[in-house]
Ligand binder design. Structure first.
Ligand code: ADP
Ligand code: MG
Length: 247
C-alpha cells in the first residue's frame, strides 16, 4: 500500500482576523495526483500559503502531518527540506538574481551534505539536462528570477524549479492562470515529464478552471467551498463542474 504523504487534519485558518478555512481534511498518498477546485475566493491560495507557512495565514486549529510527523509549525525552509514545494499563483520577481543562481542556491540549500549533493560542474550539467528536457532556452537562466517574464515564462520558471528541486509533494497554485491554451499545453507537458521522471512525487493541483485537468489527469478531485471540502471524487467530478459550475 502507498504511504500517506500529507494528512491535513481539521485545518482552520484565519487571515487578518477573518476565518477562511474551516475544518478542512485531506489525505494525499505518495505518487497520487489530487486537484482542489473551487471558485475564486473559496480559500485555495489560503490553503497553499498555510501549508507552506506564510506568516499572514494563521492556523487557528488543526494540523499538517507529513510522513506521519506534525509539520504544522515548522519554518518554511524545514518544510522545503522535508520535500514540500509550492509553485506560486503569482510568482515573485527578483531583479538582480539570475534564475541560474537562484536554482543553484535553492538546490544546494536542500541537498548539500546529502547523497544528492552536486559540485558546481555537476550542477551545471544537471541544469543543462533539465532545461533541455523541458525545452527551455539556456538564455532564460541568465535573466533575473521572473523579472520582466511574461505570464507563461513565469509558469515555466516555476516548473523548472520543480524539475530541479524534485520535491516529494508539489503544490501548484493556479499554474494555469493567465495562460493561453497553447502555453497551458506546454506547461502541462512539462509537469507530466517531471512526474514521469519522479513517479513517487505527489501533485496537488489547485485551480478554479477544469481545463487543466484534461491535461493532467488527477486521481482525486476535491471541491472547496467557503473554506471546506464539500465533495470529493474522481476526475469525473471535474467534468461535472465543467458542465454545471460550482452551484
Ligand atoms: P482563492 O485562492 O480560492 O481565490 P484566497 O485563499 O486567495 O482564495 O482567498 C480567500 C479569502 O481570503 C478571500 O475572501 C480573500 O479576500 C481573503 N484573503 C486571502 N488572503 C488575504 C490577505 N492576505 N489579506 C486579507 N484577506 C485575504
Ligand atoms: Mg488563489
Amino acid at each position: 500500500m502507498e504511504k500517506t504523504l500529507l494528512e491535513v487534519k481539521n485545518l482552520s485558518v484565519c487571515v487578518e482576523g477573518k476565518q477562511i478555512l474551516n475544518n478542512l481534511n485531506l489525505n494525499i498518498k505518495s505518487g497520487q495526483i489530487h486537484a482542489i477546485m473551487g471558485p475564486n475566493g473559496s480559500g485555495k491560495s489560503t490553503f497553499s500559503y498555510s501549508l507552506i507557512g506564510h506568516p499572514k495565514y494563521q492556523i487557528s486549529s488543526g494540523q499538517f502531518m507529513f510522513y506521519g510527523q506534525d509539520i504544522t509549525r515548522l519554518p518554511v525552509d524545514k518544510k522545503a527540506k522535508n520535500g514540500i514545494f509550492l509553485a506560486f499563483q503569482y510568482p515573485y520577481e527578483i531583479e538582480g538574481l539570475s534564475l541560474r543562481n537562484f536554482l543553484r542556491q535553492s538546490y544546494n540549500s536542500l541537498y548539500s551534505g546529502t547523497e544528492k549533493e552536486l559540485s558546481f560542474e555537476e550542477f551545471n550539467a544537471y541544469l543543462v539536462e533539465k532545461t533541455q528536457d523541458l525545452k527551455i532556452n539556456s538564455d532564460f537562466l541568465q535573466r533575473g528570477v521572473n523579472f520582466g517574464f511574461s505570464g507563461g515564462e513565469k509558469k515555466k520558471a516555476e516548473i523548472l524549479q520543480l524539475a530541479v528541486l524534485e520535491p516529494k509533494l508539489a503544490v501548484l497554485d493556479e499554474i494555469d492562470s493567465g495562460l493561453d491554451v497553447d502555453s497551458l499545453r506546454v506547461v502541462c507537458e512539462s509537469i507530466k515529464k517531471v512526474k514521469l521522471n519522479n513517479p513517487s512525487m505527489s501533485l496537488l493541483i489547485i485551480t478554479h478552471y477544469p481545463r487543466i485537468l484534461h491535461f493532467l489527469e488527477p486521481d482525486f478531485v476535491h471541491i472547496l467551498k467557503k473554506g471546506s471540502i464539500v465533495e470529493s471524487g474522481n476526475k469525473a467530478l471535474a467534468t461535472t463542474i465543467e458542465n454545471e459550475g460550482y452551484k
